[in-house]
Design a protein around this ligand. Structure first.
Ligand SMILES: [Zn+2]
Ligand SMILES: [Zn+2]
Length: 358
């Protein structure tokens, strides 16, 4: 079957092959026929080595499709079921899951060293244990989450990562309050969902910050009250908040420089919510005096910062009610053979989300 392969870390382009095999099917597993997958920025970060990932591998972790085969002992799933892919499935039994913080469950990552695919007799890994840039994938049953009939595959795929991450940052982690002021630094697909979450929560002012003009325009389209390039953030902070700083600043890029900019944009006692996935050698610096004296709350948000299954349901409910726009996030569409075009659209900032139709 067809899949896109990253042979070694640092290569900018994927190779689309027709001779990849999805492996590992057995008890507790399901075989999926992928129908749609989004390209998330983390895929690029895994390809470049910013995020740790065994190579060679099949990228993609934001997908949806149908179940074609169900392994022994799997309850609640049948061939033909429509599902989205959860790349961090809750085990349900660990202390984090029991506390309702299933986004911190590490159980599925324990299998990260198990190959998900084979190519010409050699092992291939799947990014984050999934690998959705493939016609077929074998995943743990917990990774396959049934979706309602009215939810199209392309939107379901985005709920599997970007939508949940952005909305959850605003609604779970930061818990944005009505009437508040918000800045969102980084307006790709995830940042746009943080904007939509802040709007759904009733934020009064939402400033979208991005160097790319089309992304600033998208910010306005999805609920920002104004949009500025990074060099105009200090001015917007002075104008919008009277110089006090934003109640909430979201960092949705994943660098220490943007995290610092977001920290500086936050008011004393306000909340810096760090959503971007950054590198292990990129250090965020803050001095002990400001840390103590300004009492800013620094809240990292992983995969939406809450129970992921509940976050999916909330996203679907908000979408169905017309309170958030998810179809509008998909600005580009390509077939799997065009995956390198999708990478380019992400690198230039031209796409919010490219849907890869499989
Ligand atoms: Zn768990
Ligand atoms: Zn992602």
């Amino acid at each position: 079957m067809r899949a896109a392969v990253q042979h070694e870390t640092g290569r900018p382009r994927l190779e689309v092959r027709d001779d990849v095999e999805a492996v590992g099917f057995g008890p507790g597993k399901v075989r999926l026929r992928m129908r749609a997958t989004g390209l998330c920025h983390s895929d690029l970060s895994a390809m470049s080595g910013v995020l740790p990932q065994l190579v060679p591998f099949v990228p993609g972790h934001e997908g949806a499709g149908e179940v074609v085969e169900v392994g022994e002992g799997v309850a609640g799933l049948q061939p033909g079921d429509r599902v989205l892919v959860c790349w961090l499935p809750p085990c349900g039994g660990c202390p984090a899951c029991k506390r309702g913080q299933s986004q911190l469950c590490l159980a599925s990552l324990m299998e990260a060293g198990t190959p998900n695919f084979r190519l010409g007799g050699a092992d291939l890994f799947g990014f984050a244990g999934t690998g959705t840039f493939a016609e077929e994938a074998v995943v743990g049953a917990g990774c396959a989450v049934p979706i309602p009939d009215d939810l199209p595959y392309d939107i379901a795929a985005l709920i599997g990562c970007g939508v949940t991450t952005g909305l959850g940052a605003a609604l779970n982690t930061a818990d944005v309050t009505a009437g508040s002021s918000v800045a969102v630094i980084g307006c790709g697909g995830v940042g746009i969902c943080a904007i939509q979450g802040a709007r759904a929560a009733g934020a009064a002012q939402i400033v979208a910050v991005d160097p790319v003009a089309s992304r600033r325009e998208a910010g306005l389209r999805f609920g920002a009250t104004e949009a500025v390039p990074p060099e105009a953030l200090a001015d917007a902070r002075a104008r919008v908040t009277g110089g006090e700083g934003f109640d909430y600043a979201f960092e949705v890029v994943g660098t220490s420089a943007t995290a610092r900019a977001a920290y500086d944009a936050t008011r004393r006692g306000g909340t810096l919510c760090v959503v971007g996935a950054g590198a292990m050698d990129d250090l965020f610096q803050i001095n002990m005096f400001e840390l103590f004296f300004d009492e800013k709350r620094i809240l990292p948000s992983l995969y939406g910062g809450g129970d992921v299954l509940r976050s999916y349901e909330r996203a679907i409910a908000l979408w169905r009610a017309g309170r958030i726009d998810l179809a509008g996030l998909i600005t580009h569409r390509v077939p799997l053979s065009g995956v390198n075009d999708a990478l380019e659209q992400m690198r230039t900032g031209e796409a919010l989300r490219t849907c890869i139709e499989i």
